[in-house]
Design a protein around this ligand. Structure first.
Ligand SMILES: NC(=O)CC[C@H](N)C(=O)O
Length: 230
């Protein structure tokens, strides 16, 4: 009998912002995308319902407000803390950060990545540009240890102004830290948009992290198959 490998399912938070660009890169790598707009799509009584999470760019104040109003913030935080590989870009990085130096009035974050960020540190929309970012990958955690740099767009991007003991810098632009990774969990946040430039390096890393951990949707799929046969 030929068993087909399970296709991993990546949940992309789809409340606002650059959702389609992430979906395109993930699907081009052969994974399945599910858009997350409700708590039950993130997790259920039996745990996470996705193999990985992507928090896209957009307006972090809006994404924060909607995620709390729709009851998504707590399940997202729990799912990330449960070890589901997570990538946040730009506003997504701000959502992940422990501390926002200059939050919008009433703005919160999920507080799962030990960094402090300053919003809009690289200028206004009109100052947006593409650049190469030097990467400092942890070879033990990623199959892409040889990647020296990646391409991405800075669009009203935040800067990581402090990295605490639970995180480490991942990417730099000049002297500025524009990416960080948690030390104990597969949580990655970058200030730029690799998905806008079509650079798949970080999404591939996310799929590698799923493989290292094992697919939760694969496990529930096989559980379902067993139940169906029994
Ligand atoms: N491209 C982006 O995601 C911009 C982020 C935006 N400046 C914010 O503070 O949320």
């Amino acid at each position: 009998m030929v068993t087909r490998p399970h296709t991993p399912v990546v949940g992309v938070l789809a409340l606002q912002g650059g959702v389609a660009e992430h979906a395109r890169v993930i699907e081009a790598l052969g994974a399945r995308v599910t858009l997350l707009r409700r708590a039950a799509e993130v997790s259920g009584p039996d745990g996470p319902r996705v193999d990985a999470l992507v928090l896209p760019g957009g307006e972090s104040g809006v994404i924060d407000r909607l995620s709390r109003r729709l009851g998504l913030a707590d399940p997202l935080r729990e799912t990330i803390r449960a070890g589901v590989p997570t990538l946040g870009t730009c506003a997504g990085l701000i959502m992940l950060a422990d501390r926002i130096e200059d939050p919008a009035p009433g703005q919160h974050s999920l507080g799962v990545l030990d960094v402090a960020v300053r919003r809009n540190a690289f200028g206004a929309q009109i100052a947006s540009h593409e650049a190469e970012f030097r990467l400092d990958f942890d070879a033990s955690r990623s199959g892409d240890a040889s990647a020296p740099s990646l391409r991405g767009a800075l669009i009203r991007a935040p800067e990581i102004v402090a990295v605490g003991p639970e995180a480490r810098p991942l990417a730099r632009s000049g002297n500025a830290i524009v990416g960080a990774q948690a030390r104990r969990l597969p949580i990655t946040g970058v200030a730029f948009h690799p998905e806008v430039s079509g650079d798949p390096t970080l999404h591939r890393m996310l799929l590698d992290q799923i493989e290292a951990r094992g697919s939760v949707t694969g496990r529930s799929a096989s559980r379902w198959r067993r139940t169906a046969v029994a």
